[in-house]
Design a protein around this ligand. Sequence first.
Ligand SMILES: *Cc1c(COP(=O)(O)O)cnc(C)c1O
Length: 363
Amino acid sequence: MREIFTSRPFLPPINEFVRYLKKAYDKHTLTSHGILMQELEQKLISYLKVKNIKVVTSATTGLQMAVKAFNFEVGSEIITTPFSYVATTTAILAEKCTPVYADIESDNFTIDADKIEGLITSKTKAIMPVHIFGYACNIEKIDEIAKKYNLKVIYDAAHAFGAVYKGVPLVQYGDVSVVSFQESKLFHTAEGGAIFTTNEELMEQFELMKQCGHVDDNFVRDGFNARLSELHAAMGLANLKYMDKIIEKRRELSILYDEFFEGYVKTPKKQSDLEYKYPYYVIVLDTVEQKNRVMEKLCEQGIYPWHCYYPTLNTLKYLETYYSCPVAEDICARILQMPFYYELDKKDIKRICENTVKAIKER
Ligand SMILES: *Cc1c(COP(=O)(O)O)cnc(C)c1O
C-alpha cells in the first residue's frame, strides 16, 4: 500500500541540482553574498514580476525582521490572526510585542477585517494578517484601517508565492510581505524565505539586518544572521525551472478533488480577483466527529491528511490574554489539509476521495 502524505517537497533532477552546486564549488563560496543566492534573487524578481526581494533563511526570521524594522516600543500591540502556523505569533513575541487576535472569515479563513477596528488601542502599531492557503486577505479594508489609525501592515505571505491579486503580485501589498521557501511550501529552497517591500529604505534596512547590521567594519544597527547558503540557493534555482509545471499539475489535482468532493465537503470560497497558484487543498467537514472519522479512516488506509493549525493561536498557553475567536476555533476543529503534491496522480486522488466520502457517509 503506497503511503500518501499531506505534502512532499518537489525534488528536481539531482544532476540539475548538482550542476548548480558545482558553480558554488568552482567559486569556492558557500554562503554570504554568493553568486547562486544573487542569481536566485534575480530570477525570482523576474519570475514573480516584483520590484525587489531579499532572500533570507526562513519566513519566521523574515517576519521578525519586518517587525524589528519598525522599531515598535516594547509591549506594542500587533493585531493578527488566530489561524496560522505558530510562527506568525512567535515573530511578534520575539520582538517583544503583544499579539492581539481578530477572528477570521468563515469562507476563506483570512482575518475578518471588520473585527480589527474594535481591537485597536493606543498601543496598537501594526496588523499582521496571513494570506492563508494562498487566499488574499481583505486588502482594501485592511489598508483603509491602517491608513486611518497609522498602522503598519506586515503580511505573512508564507503561502502566497506567485499569487496575483487584481493584476499585482500579492506580495506587493501592505508595507512588507514575507514568503516561506520551506520544503512544504509551493516553491522551496529546503529552508528559506523572502521579504518583499516596495519601500526602498526598508529594503536597505533588511539588507543590513540580514548580516547582523554591518557592512564590513561599519556596524550600523542590530540584526540577524539571515544569510541563505549557496546550497539552499542551488535547490531553489533547480526548482524554479519547474514552477509552471508544478502549479499546472496542482491545478489539475485541485480540479479532480473538487469533482470527487462535490456535495460532500466545504472548500474555501474561490476569489475571482485572485490568480490562485494552488499551494494547498483544504476541506471543512460538517462536524468534529466527522473530521475525526475521516482522519481515522484515511490513516488506516495509509493516507495522512493534516489537522492544520490546531490549536488556534489565540489559545496558546503562554499568552497573557485570551481573545475569543469562535469562528477560527470552530473551523480549526473541522478543517483538514489534504494530500497535495506533484507526485500524486488521478488514481491517488480517487483513492483519497473515495475513502473520505465513505467515512463521511458512515453512521
Ligand atoms: C511555513 C509558515 C511560516 C514559517 O515559514 P518558515 O520559512 O518555515 O519559517 C509562517 N507562516 C505560515 C502561515 C507558514 O505556513
